[in-house]
Design a protein around this ligand. Structure first.
Ligand code: SF4
Length: 92
């Protein structure tokens, strides 16, 4: 899993940081940033909670890598199955 924060959407509420401080931090401008690189598996559930908690839908998580990887704000993209799976309500 890789995580990004859209700095055009983030408003610096800090909810994600409260939910998952191992992955999210505030930058010098007061906006969230995600840990670079692959997220350790033990933090993935907390990242999903952070995505769900973000009122601005600014967080994207991507599973897998390669040409099929896509980013969709507020959703988890599973490139291995090439399908989109909403992590909270089962919508695709
Ligand atoms: S909860 Fe969303 S809007 Fe608030 S700091 Fe985190 S990413 Fe930014």
């Amino acid at each position: 899993m890789k995580v990004t924060v859209d700095d055009g959407r983030c408003r610096g509420h800090g909810v994600c940081i409260t939910v998952c401080p191992e992955v999210f931090t505030l930058n010098d401008d007061g906006y969230a940033q995600a840990r670079a690189g692959a997220i350790p598996v033990q933090f993935e559930e907390a990242v999903r909670d952070g995505i769900e908690s973000c009122p601005e839908h600014a967080i994207t998580a991507q599973y897998g890598s390669g040409p099929h990887g896509q980013h969709t704000v507020g959703r988890v993209v599973d490139a291995r199955s090439e399908s989109l799976a909403h992590p909270f309500d089962g919508r695709t």
